[in-house]
Design a protein around this ligand. Structure first.
Ligand code: SAM
Length: 359
């Protein structure tokens, strides 16, 4: 893998993070919105809500890099060296850590790059892409618009390996990745994480790290309609199953501001996506404004088209929309028929949302 970290003088074409998103015209009616009450209603009652929070927060998952270690070797390694059992999930290479007496973040299997601690639903977006679409490509151009800490970026190396083995991509395909992250601290974390997982990228892969405001990416001339795969794992409000004091930190105004920025990021994603390319939009927010509403917006206003995710294991996520209380008031349910919402009361995992668009 060739890595190159761009600095600000590298190319005149690259913009530094500069333009702040304007929110002045945006005055949502947010008075008295109570998230706790809102979710208590949708999750039956507040006892269930806290029970679910406890259950989900306890769960930990690890992703195996099958390009460098076999499943049985990894499970043995965890068992013998760390007295830790792994349980297979329905996502390829994703294991639940059943019992562990150690904190695994500093353990050999993690530091050496043979595995990576990554939540279960966060492993879904890369499996929602139909890679066979690019079976004749000699080069695959990918951009990760909001990259840090690099979970999906590092997972990509293994997913591409699998796709080559399955014959969906050419063996000799060149992979050109642009990895972008706005935050300086998170940028360093990203580069560090990718370095740890260095061995998982094959020699035909190049990664350029850039530190820009993703809202400006379309201004880079050679980025226009350039990428086959655009990953937009958008900055979002997160959810109460991730952060203990989420209810105290967040308000509706913040959710609506995020929703606006996400719409703008989708617009940029459209501009840099090639004619035959795909945009994978994902968030770990539970809010309709950051998920379904944006999918509807992208179809109506940006003329993006949602695509059906053709993957057998994805069928297990196809919950009937009607049964999800939160979505009952959405009028045009047809427009969100291809979206995947990982609904925590059903999955007993972190919440997640994924939608794949084409132009
Ligand atoms: C949900 S996280 C991305 C997680 C990452 N894709 C992964 O799989 O590990 C969103 C990231 O976007 C970054 N971010 C927020 N606003 C941004 C912007 N305007 N441009 C680029 N990155 C941004 C945040 O700092 C954060 O690291």
């Amino acid at each position: 893998m060739n890595k190159r970290i761009l600095d600000k003088n590298d190319e005149n074409n690259y913009y530094r993070a500069s333009k702040k998103f304007k929110t002045s015209k945006f005055k949502p009616n947010v008075s008295k919105f109570n998230f706790l009450e809102h979710y208590s209603k949708h999750f039956k009652d507040s006892n269930n809500l806290l029970k679910l929070q406890k259950e989900v927060m306890r769960k930990k998952f690890v992703r195996l890099n099958s390009s460098i270690i076999k499943e049985e070797h990894l499970t043995q390694l965890f068992k013998k060296s760390y007295r830790t059992s792994l349980k297979k999930t329905n996502i390829s290479n994703c294991y639940e850590i059943e019992k562990s007496h150690f904190s695994l973040s500093g353990s050999f299997p993690i530091l050496s790059g043979v595995s990576y601690l990554q939540d279960y639903p966060s492993q879904i977006p890369l499996y929602s892409i139909d890679y066979s679409k690019f079976s004749t490509n000699s080069t695959l151009k990918i951009i990760d618009m909001c990259s840090s800490p690099g979970s999906k970026l590092t997972q990509l190396s293994n997913v591409i390996f699998e796709q080559i083995v399955q014959g969906n991509l050419k063996k000799e395909i060149k992979i050109e990745i642009i990895s972008n992250e706005i935050s300086k601290e998170r940028f360093l974390k990203l580069v560090n994480n990718v370095q740890k997982q260095f061995s998982t990228f094959n020699k035909n892969t190049t990664i350029e790290f850039i530190q820009l405001d993703a809202l400006n990416l379309h201004k880079i001339k050679h980025f226009k309609e350039n990428f086959d795969i655009v990953l937009l794992d958008a900055p979002c409000s997160g959810n109460f199953l991730q952060e203990r004091n989420w209810f105290n930190k967040r308000d509706k105004k913040g959710v609506l501001r995020n929703s606006q920025i996400q719409k703008q990021l989708l617009e940029v994603a459209k501009e840099i996506c090639s004619k035959n390319g795909v945009i994978v939009y994902s968030t770990c927010s539970m809010e309709i404004e950051e998920n379904e509403e944006n999918v509807i917006y992208a179809q109506k206003n940006l003329k993006l088209v949602t695509t059906k995710i053709e993957n057998n294991f994805m069928k297990s996520f196809a919950y009937p929309i009607q049964s999800i209380e939160i979505l009952k008031n959405i009028e045009n349910k047809k427009l969100i028929q291809h979206s995947i919402r990982i609904h925590s009361p059903y999955s007993k995992t972190q919440a997640f949302f994924v939608n794949v668009f084409k132009k």
